[in-house]
Design a protein around this ligand. Structure first.
Ligand SMILES: Cc1cc2nc3c(=O)[nH]c(=O)nc-3n(C[C@H](O)[C@H](O)[C@H](O)COP(=O)(O)O)c2cc1C
Length: 392
């Protein structure tokens, strides 16, 4: 087996002087990537998943930031290297929050969010709203960096942005310039505009332009859903790494699969039983984190809605055509498994269903999440972003 130190640069990167292997980040997803979900991904990856980031922490509401009031700040020591992401539009409040978080929690980095498209965030000038006001973004980065340098100079500042507000105002190259000028040490670029929300595909050509021009590590983000896709994005677009969001909900093993590939190990094929075992494990992590049964069930259903799309009938029994999406028999099976879990009325009923599926169907099922290319399935009602932002 290869030693990590001997692996080529394309499988790792440095955040200041910290080596990150593999070069993957679990994208922050508000309402998804809380500590139990992050723990799940970390355990399933065999503790090999690059960087983890908190859900974004709001700062606009606090004239004086109080870390005690923000559940997103909860993380476990084993999550390190771990970053905290903050969002807001007031430079002084962002700096106050960054300083207090850095001093209390000592994360490996503090990240400013310039990407969130939600009307209640971007519409008020925070998140991707900052892309319409780059001088304000610059002031925020400047003040946050000044505070970090004064209080915790060992903690780097990072930035996550979109490529611009809309197709007519793509300004990611200016954002890069500002970020580097203000001492940002890693830039994650989500290759969509704000107007796109999560629709369409991320524009990786722009991400590649940024990576080619940057002196700091640039992490590409948008639609990465498989080992091959991660490899192709890194090789083609010259990014230092990839950040994976929805792909991790379809396939929380993805980070371990990438690490396996980068280490030259054989691909670990996940059986249907193994995939179904994720639900009791996730439930355990949620309950250990203090979630109510209802909340834990809600999150299990959120995961089921995506993960179950990867189920299809075993190839030996019903050969499936290759292609971009699950088709025919495979799709029907995925739907029925999903349905069985999503209609449960309680966590225990859901876990019973999982057990029944394991005892009945699992022997003829396979789990192939990498076959899913489009992460914006038409039936995905949990994400209501996109064209509805027009004019807001
Ligand atoms: C439900 C949801 C919540 C999100 N919350 C955040 C967030 O708190 N901070 C952030 O920077 N991005 C957030 N994002 C954006 C993701 O981090 C990521 O940029 C986006 O999903 C594109 O990557 P993907 O195609 O790998 O999913 C969120 C995305 C989703 C779907």
């Amino acid at each position: 087996m290869l030693k990590i130190d001997n692996l080529p640069k394309k499988v790792r990167f440095s955040l200041r002087d910290k080596e990150i292997f593999p070069n993957t980040i679990l994208s922050p997803m508000d309402g998804v990537t809380d500590a139990p979900f992050r723990r799940l991904c970390r355990v399933l990856s065999g503790d090999r998943m690059g960087l983890l980031v908190s859900e974004f922490v709001p700062t606009d509401g606090d004239a004086v930031f109080n870390p005690d009031g923000h559940k997103q700040l909860k993380f476990f020591p084993e999550e390190r290297p771990f970053g905290v992401q903050i969002f807001g539009r007031f430079p002084d409040r962002m700096a106050d929050a960054a300083g207090k978080i850095a001093e209390r929690y000592h994360p490996e980095f503090i990240e400013v969010n310039a990407g969130c498209p939600a009307p209640k965030v971007a519409g008020k000038g925070s998140g991707s709203g900052l892309l319409r006001d780059l001088p304000r973004l610059q002031e925020i980065l400047h003040e946050v960096k000044k505070t970090l340098d004064a209080k915790t100079p060992e903690i780097p500042l990072t930035l996550k942005c979109r490529i611009g507000w809309d197709d007519q105002s793509i300004n990611v190259m200016e954002t890069l310039k500002i970020a580097e000028g203000e001492g940002v040490e890693m830039l994650t670029v989500h290759g969509r505009t704000r107007l796109q929300g999560y629709n369409g595909l991320a524009n990786w050509d722009w991400i590649g332009e940024v990576a080619a021009a940057a002196k700091i590590p640039v992490i590409g983000n948008g639609d990465v859903n498989s080992v091959e896709c991660a490899r192709e994005r890194i090789n083609t677009y010259g990014v230092s790494g990839v950040s994976i969001g929805r792909g991790a909900m379809h396939n929380p093993w993805i980070f371990g699969a990438i690490a396996d590939a980068w280490e030259g190990r054989e691909k670990h094929v996940i059986s249907a039983e193994e995939a179904l075992d994720v639900f009791p494990l996730y439930y355990k992590f949620k309950i250990e984190d203090g979630a109510t049964e209802m909340n834990a069930m809600g999150r299990m259903k959120q995961l089921a809605a995506r993960l179950c799309k990867g189920f299809c009938l075993g190839k030996g029994r019903f050969p499936l055509e290759g292609g971009n999406d699950l088709g025919g028999e495979g799709n029907e099976l995925a739907m029925s498994v999903r349905q069985a879990l999503l209609t449960s009325q309680s966590a225990s009923e859901m876990l019973d269903q999982v057990q029944k599926l394991k005892e009945s169907l699992a022997y003829e099922m396979v789990f192939e999440p990498e076959r899913l290319v489009n992460l914006n399935g038409a039936k995905e009602t949990e994400l209501k972003f996109g064209d509805q932002f027009k004019g807001r």
